[in-house]
Design a protein around this ligand. Structure first.
Ligand code: FAD
Length: 469
């Protein structure tokens, strides 16, 4: 949403960072009589770590019992499951199988099951090798048993922050995109955030800046954590590979990472990854021959037939890891500041739990919360999953509006009508990557080879002349 002029308003709360965590917080604040701003350095919502993860809606069964992450993940995953159903965010409850390949891993399963129960997740159960192969006949040889976690699910990571942001904006929150926060002055009165587009004034500030959260925290006097980006590379396999598995196939976790998994995606593909490598550069989302090679080796063992499938794409995301294992969430009542940081590898699933926790913390610190007389409506998002109905298959919809029968991206079956709607929506994309995250256009096996010209032309046509299109 473009800005219209210099900021003269004083907001009640400014949220820095429009990833899944910041948008969830903005959406939760929007339920109260508050003037909110949602600020991001990038020109669109959800372009940081939130767009490049493994897209699993975790139950939190394997979190560290007693940690803040465990609590907010358990709560957040329940909230997000319900929210997704209301907002049309694609979710598939595939369940997960945590597979033991060695005697040591098999011996670890009862402890992991006990850990899950300590986290309040009771539905976990052990499977012997025969039952496991019955469930997943294409699993590689040598698996000794598994834990079944029936509620682990896959979710659309792109629609989620867009839905939260659309809800917040619909309730009056101002989106200040392409606006990087570079400093903060907090004497008496409202905090003045220095930004690349001029000052933004706000009585309270929430830091949800992901990989930049330690830099923002220092602007508010913090020095309790430093972001140490941990890169995860992933491989996306073609939709033909989807028949190879039913569930998410998890490894027995190691100390530093959840390990390499194979999972279906809500777009009908199969994901293999992620790696876990500490990198110095907060923007280093390059994939590497070594990383992809190690994934292919692991994938071959888990699901041998995967090696023969076509690769559609590769990508990498950066976990906002810190020197601490738990989330770094705190509220400073004196500075009227909240920090939601160090949300390493579970922030998508926990987002609404984190938001609830932060907003409660702000209230305890003195932010007055008066619920709106009419709560904001949960937006109904365009459905871009593979399992549910899509416009190109909906004869009635096509009859009413033939643009839904005109396919622009054939691999993903995205229609002219959906591209038009995305550009006319409340949060229109600012580039082709934003369009991809809203519609799946250019996301298929040709990666734009056949459709890029058509999709680009439609993007320019529906974006309109005011953007030079
Ligand atoms: C490989 C990988 C796999 C993962 N798998 C899963 C999974 O399966 N399930 C799950 O639940 N989680 C998963 N995660 C974790 C999840 O993706 C993150 O926890 C979540 O996306 C973090 O969201 P965020 O909003 O905190 O950060 P981000 O999405 O990075 O958003 C932060 C935003 O802040 C903005 N920003 C930063 N500094 C400034 C500034 N100074 N001024 C203005 N804006 C600023 C950035 O532009 C960015 O848009 C995974 C992560 C990775 C890397």
């Amino acid at each position: 949403m473009p800005r219209t002029g210099p900021e003269t308003v004083i907001y009640d709360v400014a949220v820095i960072g429009a990833g899944v965590v910041g948008t969830a917080i903005a959406r939760t604040l929007a339920r109260y009589e508050l003037g909110c701003a949602l600020i991001d350095a990038s020109p669109d919502v959800g372009t940081g770590t939130s767009k490049a993860n493994t897209a699993i809606l975790h139950t939190g069964f394997d979190a560290k019992p007693g940690s803040l992450e465990s609590r907010l993940l358990a709560r957040g995953s329940v909230l997000l499951r319900d929210y997704a159903a209301a907002a049309g965010i694609p979710v598939e409850r595939t369940g997960a199988l945590l597979v033991a390949w060695t005697a040591g891993q098999l011996a670890a399963l009862p402890g992991i099951a006990q850990n899950a129960r300590k986290n309040g997740y009771l539905a976990v159960r052990e499977l012997g090798a025969a039952a496991l192969y019955e469930r997943e006949p294409r699993l590689g040889p040598g698996a000794l048993g598994a834990l079944e976690i029936p509620d682990e699910s896959v979710i659309c990571p792109w629609t989620t922050p867009l839905a939260f942001a659309a809800e917040a904006a619909g309730a009056g929150a101002r989106l200040l995109l392409d606006t990087k926060v570079t400093g903060a002055e907090h004497a008496d009165g409202p905090c003045v955030l220095a930004t690349t587009r001029g000052p933004v004034r706000s009585r309270w500030v929430v830091n949800a800046a992901g990989l930049g959260s330690d830099v923002v925290d220092r602007m508010f006097g913090g020095d309790g954590f430093t972001i140490r980006p941990r890169r995860g590379e992933l491989i996306v396999f073609d939709k033909f590979a989807r028949r190879l598995l039913r569930s998410i196939l998890l490894p027995v976790p190691a100390a530093r990472t959840k390990g390499v998994l194979v999972a279906p995606t809500v777009y009908g593909n199969v994901l293999l990854g992620p790696t876990a490598e500490d990198v110095g550069d907060r923007g280093d989302v390059a994939t590497t021959a070594a990383g992809l090679g190690s994934l292919l080796g692991a994938g071959r063992r888990i699901l041998p037939e995967l090696a023969a499938e076509e690769v559609t794409a590769t990508y990498a995301g950066l976990r906002a890891a810190t020197e601490h294992s738990d989330y770094q969430i705190h509220v400073d009542a004196g500075r009227r500041y909240a920090c939601a940081a160090g949300i390493r590898s579970t922030g998508l699933s926990a987002s609404l739990g984190i938001a609830e926790h932060v907003v409660c913390g702000l209230a305890e610190a003195g932010l007055p919360l008066r619920p709106r007389a009419v709560p904001p409506a949960i937006p109904v998002m365009p459905y871009i999953g593979e399992a549910g109905p899509r416009p190109y298959r909906d004869a009635e919809r096509i009859a009413a509006d033939p643009a839904y029968g005109e396919i622009a991206c054939h691999c993903e079956r995205v229609t002219r009508g959906e591209i038009r709607d995305a550009l006319a929506g409340p949060l229109p994309p600012t580039d082709l990557d934003g369009l991809r995250r809203r519609t799946r256009a250019l996301n298929g096996r040709c990666q734009g080879f056949y459709c890029a010209a058509t999709v680009s032309r439609l993007f320019a046509e529906f974006r309109g002349p005011r953007h030079g299109g």
